[in-house]
Design a protein around this ligand. Sequence first.
Ligand code: ASP
Length: 335
Amino acid sequence: MGKKRILLIGTGGTIASEMGENGLAPELTSSQLLQYIPDISGICEVDCIQLFSLDSTNIRPEHWLRIAKAVQECYSQYDGFVVSHGTDTMAYTAAGLSYLIQNSRKPIVLTGAQKPIGYETTDSKQNLRDAFTVAASDMFGVMLVFNGKIITGTRARKTHSKSFEAFSSINYPIVGMVQDGRIIQYIRPEGSAQTRFYESLDPKVALLKLAPGIDCGVAEYLLERNSALIIESFGVGGLPVYETGSFYETIKRGLDAGKTVVLTTQVENEGSDLSVYHVGSRIKRNLPILEAYDMTTEAVIAKLMWTLSQTNQRAEAAKLFYTPVACDILYAVED
Ligand code: ASP
């Protein structure tokens, strides 16, 4: 059997950055990145394209659409795809691609680095090698490969801002590891459904993290300007009731105006359960809000953007939101 053919899609990030007068900025193209790892030709054949060169701070949902389109256009020509990307918003892009490219039978692997590829001490080369190893394997779907970990695209989060061990898999085990060029796969997801590409997103999704004493006018403001509002509340979930104003009433007005509201938690592990406390159960029982359960906030944002581009019917949106995509939600208790 011949070597696998992989497409490397460059988008910028630290991995491709060089030091300038005002700090690091992405300069190198994907073919320049490849020159740093000539040994990759032992693993697979690689073609390169450069979509844009951005610090991932500047990446928006429209860039996720461009990456998904590039994969779609070349899907039949390659066995796998590596997307080199900044680490700061890589987990969001991984989630976005997981909804835009569903049931892929080929691996689509995001990677990047905490240190530029030209530095003497860098994680860039190992992360790229590992990403190509996974992209040339029989694994499939959208994954993030970093510091040896293989993480499902809907479960990744950047949890360290400086260390090489930058990403964690939230509320779901890592799928496997790459060690010394070998894949140790812990989970083998089943997959027989047909690959499907989507070409639209509704980017008007806002996120509000609660702080003690927060003014509910902030939620009002965000609801007026967006199709959906995600509220990261405390613990297993609930909304504060203050003498000065009620989140309940604010959200009710937003829902009456046709907006979508999702409640989630700012606690990293184990997810929400609004039914537990009075501050949560009243809202859950009486208002047609959605609950994130064990989904990551990154995945909730991307899934809502995808869901709302598919339907503006509340019941249909709820059905799509609670239907698992790429292992994004395990614990949805809806009646
Ligand atoms: N600011 C960079 C980015 O996200 C950080 C990195 O790539 O590690 O593009």
